[in-house]
Write a protein that binds this ligand. Sequence first.
Ligand SMILES: *[C@@H]1O[C@H](CO)[C@@H](O)[C@H](O)[C@H]1NC(C)=O
Ligand SMILES: *[C@@H]1O[C@H](CO)[C@@H](O)[C@H](O)[C@H]1NC(C)=O
Ligand SMILES: *[C@@H]1O[C@H](CO)[C@@H](O)[C@H](O)[C@H]1NC(C)=O
Ligand SMILES: *[C@@H]1O[C@H](CO)[C@@H](O)[C@H](O)[C@H]1NC(C)=O
Ligand SMILES: *[C@@H]1O[C@H](CO)[C@@H](O)[C@H](O)[C@H]1NC(C)=O
Ligand SMILES: *[C@@H]1O[C@H](CO)[C@@H](O)[C@H](O)[C@H]1NC(C)=O
Ligand SMILES: *[C@@H]1O[C@H](CO)[C@@H](O)[C@H](O)[C@H]1NC(C)=O
Length: 446
Amino acid sequence: MSKTFITAATLLAAVSAIPHGGHNGTPGYKPGNGEDSCGQIILPMDDSVHGAAFNISLGTPAQTVTLLADWTWQTTWVDTPDCYGNYSVADCIPKGQNFFNDQASTSFVDDKTQITQSWLGTDYTPGLGFRNDFGSDKLCFHSDANGENLCAPSVEISVSNFTSKLPVIFDIGGVFGLAPVLPEYNSTFWPTPYQMWKQGILGSNNGWHMCGGLKDYSTCYGKKYLTILGGTDTTVYDTKKTVYHPTSFSPCLNSGPHLNLTPPRYNYWSTVWSGIWVGSTSYSLKADAAPAYNATTASPQCDPIDALAVWDQDKFGYGAAMPFAAFNALVSLTDAHIAYNNNTPGLFAVNSGNASIWQVDCAKVSSFPTLTYEFGHKQNITLVPSQYIDTSMYAGQCLLNARPWDRAIEGAQTFFGLTVLSRSHLEFDFATNMVGISPLNKELYE
Ligand SMILES: *[C@@H]1O[C@H](CO)[C@@H](O)[C@H](O)[C@H]1NC(C)=O
Ligand SMILES: *[C@@H]1O[C@H](CO)[C@@H](O)[C@H](O)[C@H]1NC(C)=O
Ligand SMILES: *[C@@H]1O[C@H](CO)[C@@H](O)[C@H](O)[C@H]1NC(C)=O
Ligand SMILES: *[C@@H]1O[C@H](CO)[C@@H](O)[C@H](O)[C@H]1NC(C)=O
Ligand SMILES: *[C@@H]1O[C@H](CO)[C@@H](O)[C@H](O)[C@H]1NC(C)=O
Ligand SMILES: *[C@@H]1O[C@H](CO)[C@@H](O)[C@H](O)[C@H]1NC(C)=O
Ligand SMILES: *[C@@H]1O[C@H](CO)[C@@H](O)[C@H](O)[C@H]1NC(C)=O
């Protein structure tokens, strides 16, 4: 895999959504565990180059397809040997690439009611239109936690129909989307677990935590991440401490690196980001505090809104996002120095975004400031230094896993994920479009 080729953190699609307020923090809200089903499947996941991945079975006879689990993607997408009217494994699939052979599945139904989807700006196909058609097939999950299998006899999937083969081999054969769905969205935009909730197979609420920052991997069944479709693991967090936030479907979400697509999309799990403190010092998240702010190029629509955290569990979600002023203060307080200039967000365990990679003295880490993030004006997540210092990318080196964010250039939103959530539980509910955040139980990391 080419190191310079950034991929599918954020496969981007075509939606012309009417911005929708969602559920405004309904008081007394409790996660609906799918009123018509309490089905769930526990999916421990390993890392792929770009983030958490797992195997599903698709079609008849079953084919194993490895999928990147992506909160920012929508309908499950699989790479197929369809090439714009020509069907050829030899010509359309790079040798060694995992894929789904739709023509080898007796249960695959080509769905011509869905028009071809094509958009520009995806990280997956730079320079190529990301062109997909639709079909339906049988899809099964297998749990490495308890051996359970759970199948949907038929779900709508998106099948690649590129104009040529992908330029490189990916270590995934497709992307498993988990993005929120607005009521007016049709099946073109439905993630598989959303469809399985609608079919009464899965509950509507989904839980996630990662084990990379914990004492051991036991709560992820020996793997790095745990996703539960249709439920949550209430042994890792206290449900009384969960704070629920409505998802934003703001049009301001379609801007900035990796979220800027044509046609635009706004369906991401996202939460109002209302504050940041380095130690006890607060930094402004307002547009006019951004270095590149220029009144003549201001966005009257997006500048006045609260900043938005877009939750992203793959490697774009690494790096604690913060305004430049906070980043500069952190560099100074940690006495950090530039160690590498070749940063590649989305591929590495350190995501310093538009900045270089900064190194600190490992012996001083415990003296560094905490970072406090406030979400929705009602919940704080405080990171201790070990959560934002990476020791995994290069053995023996301590790197600042922080990412400066220039709101004037990147937009009102930015990615949040692995760094900020390393000691939190995240849940998202397709029935309510609410995101729930809870601290993981302390005994898991202390
Ligand atoms: C998927 O299955 C293949 C074998 O069929 C295995 O080599 C691979 O490690 C599995 N990947 C994941 C992410 O479980
Ligand atoms: C791929 O595109 C071609 C040309 O538009 C079309 O004939 C074919 O049916 C498409 N493949 C699928 C699986 O939809
Ligand atoms: C299909 O492949 C043939 C042979 O490579 C080529 O001549 C033809 O233009 C291709 N058709 C399409 C629609 O790409
Ligand atoms: C689904 O919605 C999209 C966008 O509104 C539209 O282009 C597409 O035709 C719709 N598909 C169906 C099957 O109605
Ligand atoms: C502000 O924007 C205007 C118009 O695009 C441009 O001419 C000017 O150079 C910008 N100023 C700064 C400080 O970036
Ligand atoms: C990255 O930072 C440089 C210097 O601060 C700036 O000129 C450039 O526009 C930034 N690019 C993005 C995408 O933020
Ligand atoms: C979050 O922490 C900051 C700094 O300590 C504090 O000022 C703020 O009130 C806290 N917010 C919440 C919702 O607790």
